[in-house]
Design a protein around this ligand. Structure first.
Ligand code: PNS
Length: 165
């Protein structure tokens, strides 16, 4: 195993089973993972930072060598602060590729000591994303099996709160 710490960054609004799969597989490659949530209120996430942290913490319960944190500003600066040498990202359909390539190249321009590493998503999660899951859940669609149980519950709560306001 490569003895290093990897940062797994994202918006995680909310965490999905696809993310969880990348976390578990990432831990087979890296010694320690930090799931780092981007704190950017301008993105207007459905879930607050606190809610996203709680959902991830519950979803990774019992999995060793992984922690949850958040950052704002540049990802690469956060990685340096944490002494991480790797940024881990999952790749789904081809549509992810251009965005990820652009981001990886910018991160590499900013700091050549930190490597972006990609894991291909499992075929089961190929077409799922937080965005499409929220869209289905908003209109009462059943997203169980695509997200951890805690997220399924929170999505139902959140959309019933929104409906009642
Ligand atoms: O889950 P997402 O929304 O695809 O994650 C995107 C994320 C958080 C990894 C990306 O937006 C990010 O790193 N933002 C912080 C600012 C930054 O460093 N951008 C990349 C170089 S400009």
């Amino acid at each position: 195993m490569t003895k290093c710490l990897a940062i797994y960054p994202g918006t995680f609004d909310p965490i999905t089973n696809g993310h969880l799969s990348i976390i578990k597989r990432g831990l087979k490659v890296f010694e320690h993972l930090i799931v780092a949530i981007l704190h950017n209120p301008q993105k207007k996430p459905l879930f607050t930072l606190k809610e996203r942290i709680e959902m991830i913490k519950t979803s990774i319960e019992g999995i060793p060598n992984v922690e949850v944190d958040y950052f704002d500003g540049l990802l690469i600066d956060y990685a340096v602060r944490k002494n991480a040498t790797v940024i881990l990202r999952g790749l789904r359909a081809m549509s992810d590729f251009e965005y990820e390539f652009q981001m990886a190249l910018m991160n590499r321009k900013l700091n050549r000591e930190i490597q972006s590493v990609f894991l291909m998503t499992d075929y089961k999660w190929f077409y799922t994303s937080s965005t499409i899951i929220k869209e289905a859940a908003r209109f009462g669609g059943d997203v169980s099996g695509l997200v951890p149980d805690v997220v399924n519950r929170k999505l139902k709560e959140k959309f019933s709160q929104i409906k009642n306001t």
